[in-house]
Ligand binder design. Structure first.
Ligand code: NA7
Length: 318
């Protein structure tokens, strides 16, 4: 494999406050909110919650990532189980289905408390419906309430409180989280009591994102072969009815070769893998998505797992 330097480590500036968020009128809930996972999305969401006056308890596998949050007023705990003990509502936002299950069922995990006494568990990681249902069953058997929350949007959208939230499960948890959702999202949808629907909708949306990014990357790579300025292509693209905020942003990143992660490429590929597995169970043919998945897999092999999903452009240029 070629050696590709890792993207710069993400640091969070707790003092930089989004203007959009600052202008929002939010009365924070008096509940204590636990948060498991301080990656790109988790750390941005926790920052938003602290900025709007929520009481937050955090844990992250790499403990050093908790330091800026402790300085900003969050309580830091040593295990997910400790977070559950100290919180009323616990959010989880980690990489993939395996990490989500480990946090709930693993050693010193969420279910280490044995009895959840009506506490609420909110799974925010992008996972498949079956994993969400397994987690719901575990939480409910321990006397907890479960809500599946899928977040759609980029890190910048999280920072500005402009995510789209798709929720399903226990309506009372949805209501408990009202001020948190008002902080981080521009639109919030409750899709009903059935667990799994929000995951399905989110993965369907991610299919559109993944396939579109590969199309954009291939088109820009062809322009590059003709030595046509990518900036010119993007400028013209912006004038067409094809333009979208996402494709414009990603096109600009591809043109500049700036692949600092907003949404890590490995997560995009994981989402496509989950989509294909859902489709497989239904005998649903998705040839374009399958090829898109191969393109992202290959880009991962080239060393771009931790870069932004726009790094798929690098592969298209070969
Ligand atoms: P990141 O920035 O890649 O962060 C991933 C987070 O998941 C980070 O806190 C990791 O801890 C944590 N993680 C990963 N594996 C594990 C295991 N096995 N146990 C505990 N914690 C783990 O992802 P994003 O924030 O961009 O995305 C999060 C989700 O939202 C994901 O599902 C996306 O698809 C959407 P670390 O800091 O590495 O110790």
């Amino acid at each position: 494999r070629p050696v590709v330097s890792r993207p710069e480590a993400q640091t969070i500036d707790m003092n930089a406050r989004s203007q959009t968020l600052a202008e929002r009128d939010i009365t924070p809930s008096q509940l204590t909110f636990g948060f498991l996972g301080l990656g790109i999305m988790g750390s941005t969401i926790v920052k938003d919650l602290l900025c709007t006056g929520h009481k937050v308890v955090v844990w992250n596998r790499t403990m050093s990532k908790c330091t800026p949050f402790a300085e900003a007023g969050a309580d830091v705990k040593g295990t997910p189980m400790d977070v559950v003990e100290a919180s009323d509502v616990i959010f989880c936002c980690v990489s993939d289905p395996k990490a989500s299950k480990d946090l709930v069922f693993g050693n010193c995990g969420v279910l280490g408390v044995k009895e959840m006494n009506g506490k609420a568990y909110v799974e925010m990681s992008t996972i498949d419906p079956e994993t969400s249902q397994d987690i719901a069953e575990g939480i409910q058997s321990a006397g907890g309430r479960y809500l599946e929350v899928q977040i759609h949007g980029t890190r910048q959208e999280a920072e500005d409180g402009m995510l789209i939230i798709l929720a399903g499960g226990d309506r009372s948890v949805f209501e408990d989280c009202h001020s948190c959702f008002k902080t981080i999202a521009k639109n919030t949808f409750f899709l009903g009591a059935e667990v799994g629907n929000a995951c399905k909708v989110n993965l369907i949306l991610q299919t559109i994102v993944g396939v579109s990014l590969v199309g954009l990357a291939e088109a820009l790579a062809l322009a590059d072969r003709f030595s046509i300025s990518l900036k010119d292509i993007i400028d013209i693209f912006e004038l067409t009815s094809m333009k979208s905020q996402l494709l414009l942003a990603k096109g600009k990143e591809m043109a500049k070769g700036d692949f600092n992660p907003q949404q890590p490429l490995s997560h995009m590929q994981k989402d496509l893998r989950l989509v294909l597995s859902m489709a497989e169970n239904l005998d649903q043919s998705m040839p374009v998505t399958a090829i898109t998945n191969e393109v992202f897999k290959h880009t991962k092999r080239l060393g771009y797992s931790e870069h932004d999903s726009s790094a798929v452009f690098v592969r298209s240029r070969f």
